[in-house]
Design a protein around this ligand. Sequence first.
Ligand code: S3P
Length: 426
Amino acid sequence: MTIKVEQVSRPLGGELEVPGDKSIGHRAVIMGSVARGETRIDNMSAGADNSSTVAAFRRMGVQFRREAGTLCIEGGGWDALQAPPEVIDCGNSGTTMRLLTGLLAGRPFDTRLDGDDSLRTRPMKRVIDPLTRMGAEVTGQDGRAPLEIRGKALRGIEYVSPVASAQVKSAVLLAGLQARGETCLEEPYRSRDHTEIMARGFGASIESAGRKVVVKGGQELSGTRLRVPGDISSAAFLAVAAATIPGSDVSILSVGCNPTRSGVIEVLRAMGADIEMTRTWDEAGEPVADFRVRGGVLQGTEVQPELAPRTIDEYPVLFVAAALAEGPTLFRDVGELRFKESDRIAAMHLELSKMGVKMEVRGDDVTVEGAGELESASVESHGDHRVAMALAVAGLSTRGGIALSNEECVKVSFPGFFESLGKIGG
Ligand code: S3P
């Protein structure tokens, strides 16, 4: 389907919430499914990716039920998990596939994991390698899905990961929780630490310091009750929309602001954005805040490589912020964007250039020239939810608006995205 996004005629305004954090939601469902006792999760996103994880555990015999807005899981411990009758479809969700590979590598049965065309192109060798060293038997098609996992007794390892990836780290930790001995992982930059925080909430002990994390094997998890904070990766689209339209004043309430995720706020502030945290508190061990974003004219900046893991999903919309800013913005070392739901460098380059934006790619560095007002165009999401939402935000500042095709993929992480944009005046 195609949706028309018109240029706004007046500043954005209002107050709203975004769906529960997708990353945290996956982890809550995964751990609740192998914990002993009941787990109750509030504010679980209805996005397609989180639903893929729920469906996967349903196929392995885990009982879920909804009580008003709460997702309840009847956990029977690691050993209650049953071999699924057929292949598990992870849909579009890399987190589902990579984290389940780690978890299932240590279960005493065989599984097959598959996904959509996009997921079948994504690199799985990065999880297969460390898991194989732990004694797992995981085979793919040239390092890609479909994956076949033959469950084995695992042993702890010391692993220095070549990529700063929370999915790799989490796959190894989920295997490590079941392994004999201790597992230690070190990464080049610190990635999001939701798995560590969530596991502690379920009673496990995981030690972390800087870029290193250590877990002892043979740990049981106990069911718990938690509320998933709003997703900063979804809030980022509304924040950039508000920050780039002068005079806007938008409050986004109850958003997770874990420092391993909040690079987008730092980058926008470095560009001169007016973003205030009006209230902060903790939920499920995660820091949460209400954000107030006021619009103005942003300035180009240089985004350093160490920000990449903390900002990784927000680059598409930051490219849009840069296109609407004054002067160039240099994004350093963002090569990982090529391995997301689409090649996000190629996709954003192609689509933004249709809107008159100059974007230069040199190796893994990307420079976006501020274009001021953008040109009307017909653009395409490449089936990638974050590309679709980034382009929609660009459309709000485009004379004559844009036509965005293949927009339904926003349901992967932010069902109701267009309604939310409408609610604040888009
Ligand atoms: C995620 C980690 C990141 C991120 C993805 C979600 C997670 O991927 O891009 O959207 O929930 O662990 P990588 O681990 O590949 O960097």
